[in-house]
Design a protein around this ligand. Structure first.
Ligand SMILES: *Cc1c(COP(=O)(O)O)cnc(C)c1O
Length: 452
């Protein structure tokens, strides 16, 4: 057996040592981590906000770049010893700008929520008005919801959806004229259709507001050319890096030509305002290992194989929606333009909570999701949100979506509600479905390498 001292000095050896040492020294934790890995292999992840990171992305996260504590930006740190990590951050910034066609990128946000907080706290004064998609219509907590900082430090006004489930742009314009927000936010966590960023910018310009496009969910489709890009349309674009970019947990802020516009009353450009907004205003030390992992994910996202993957994600979602519809499940908006399928399970007498639990008992991992005007609490809900990022990354195509839909239909059709959260599912049907899920997972193993 190789020993730690034999391997000393090499990054590769260090990673292997780490796994060995964890297994030998902390079997309890090691077995939990291993069980979680096995769970992911043997279940169908249809959580729309998740994906899976390539092993090389995971490897960046576990390097000793993590040991560096510093503050500031490349070339302007507050500590010595930063020459190499400066190059890592510069590389991540250059790749982000190239990938999105951006004039400015900040790779330091620790999360998507953090990216939004940085933009909002840098740009706004407490009490300023923010206009965003309502939480119960598919918006995100950070878009002005009262459960979040965004709706308590700022005045959140919410726009909603029309009766077909599409963004009501007329309402956005009307609310903008009435409330004169300082910031309009577009983007969503549970919205299956294209977002018209140009239309949002026109409304923002009309009322003198800034526009923030939060593409946390659809960033992959944007770089793959499957969804219009807001980067040169909105003043600010934010995204999580672990959802459709298949990167590490983290956030990213981008700007187009407005990077050079003056910031409100502070004698800086908007880009300069954001630099200060991330550090020192909102965050402290950057996570260098995570920034390295972002750089790796951005490089992978720039490849033709990633473009193919985003195409499969989108085609799979359309196929999944159509197949469920054929089985008699009501799909909000009648379909999807992105990776999200919103199923109105209440229309068939289930609740989101029951549908989620019944599916999970068979290895189908989904999340309950409030649907606009569904009348249920956020914990119960009348809907389920499905997403195809992870299934497509396992190589599943349109044919397998028919299988996934059939399995889901089989389980939900046999699920008998007892209360809003309790249900009965015939054990034979449950175990049949579980076996079918397992065999589908074996046919399409969880890839360590995202592609080639
Ligand atoms: C997930 C999400 C975020 C938050 O990202 P975290 O990294 O989880 O903080 C922000 N905005 C939208 C629209 C999201 O869906």
């Amino acid at each position: 057996m190789r020993t730690a001292s034999m391997r000393n000095g090499s990054l590769r050896a260090l990673a292997l040592d780490g796994v060995d040492r964890l297994e030998a020294g902390d079997p309890e934790l090691f077995s939990l981590l291993e069980r979680e890995y096995l769970r992911q292999q043997d279940t169908l992840a249809m959580i729309a906000s998740s994906s899976l990171a390539d092993v090389s992305v995971l490897a960046c996260e576990s390097t000793p770049a993590s040991n560096v504590t510093t503050e500031g930006y490349p070339g302007r740190r507050y500590h010595a010893g930063c020459a190499v990590i400066d190059d890592i951050e510069r590389l991540a910034i250059a790749r982000a700008k190239e990938l999105f066609g951006a004039d400015y990128a900040n790779v330091q946000p620790h999360s998507g929520t953090g990216a939004n907080q940085i933009v909002m706290t840098a740009l706004l004064r407490p009490g300023d008005t923010v206009l965003g998609l309502r939480l119960d219509a598919g918006g995100h907590l950070t878009h002005g919801a009262t459960a979040s900082f965004s709706g308590t430090y700022f005045t959140g006004i919410g726009y909603g959806l029309d009766e077909h489930g599409f963004i009501d742009y007329a309402e956005v314009a009307e609310l903008a004229r009435t409330h004169r927000p300082t910031l309009i936010i577009c983007g969503a966590s549970a919205y299956p259709r294209l977002i018209d960023f140009e239309r949002f910018r026109a409304i923002a310009d009309e009322v003198g507001a800034y526009l923030l496009a939060d593409i946390s969910h659809i960033a992959g489709l944007v770089v793959g050319g499957r969804h219009p890009s807001p980067v040169r349309v909105a003043h600010f674009t934010t995204t999580s890096t672990y959802k459709q970019l298949f990167g590490p947990r983290g956030g990213l802020i981008l700007m187009g030509p407005d990077a050079n516009a003056p910031s409100p009353g502070r004698g800086k450009t908007l880009a300069g305002m954001l630099q200060h907004g991330a550090f020192p205003y909102f965050q402290g030390t950057p996570r260098i290992n995570t920034i390295a992992a972002k750089a790796r994910a951005f490089a992978m996202a720039a490849t033709p194989q990633f473009r193919d993957l985003t195409g499969r994600i989108q085609d799979d979602a359309a196929a999944l929606a159509a197949a469920l519809q054929r089985c008699g499940w009501a799909i909000r908006t009648g379909g999807t333009d992105n990776h999200i399928v919103l199923v109105d399970v209440a229309a068939r007498g289930l609740t989101g909570a029951i549908a989620e639990r019944a599916a999970e008992s068979c290895g189908i991992v989904v999340n309950r999701n409030k649907l606009d005007r569904d009348g249920y609490s956020a914990l119960v809900t009348g809907g389920v949100r499905l997403g195809t990022n992870s299934l497509a990354a396992r190589g599943m195509g349109v044919r397998e979506m028919a299988e996934c839909a059939a399995l889901t239909d089989q389980v939900w059709s046999a699920t008998e509600p007892i209360s809003e959260t309790e249900y009965h599912l015939d054990p034979e049907i449950r175990s049949e479905a579980e076996q079918a899920v397992l065999s589908l997972c074996k046919r399409f193993p969880l890839p360590a390498e995202l592609f080639g």
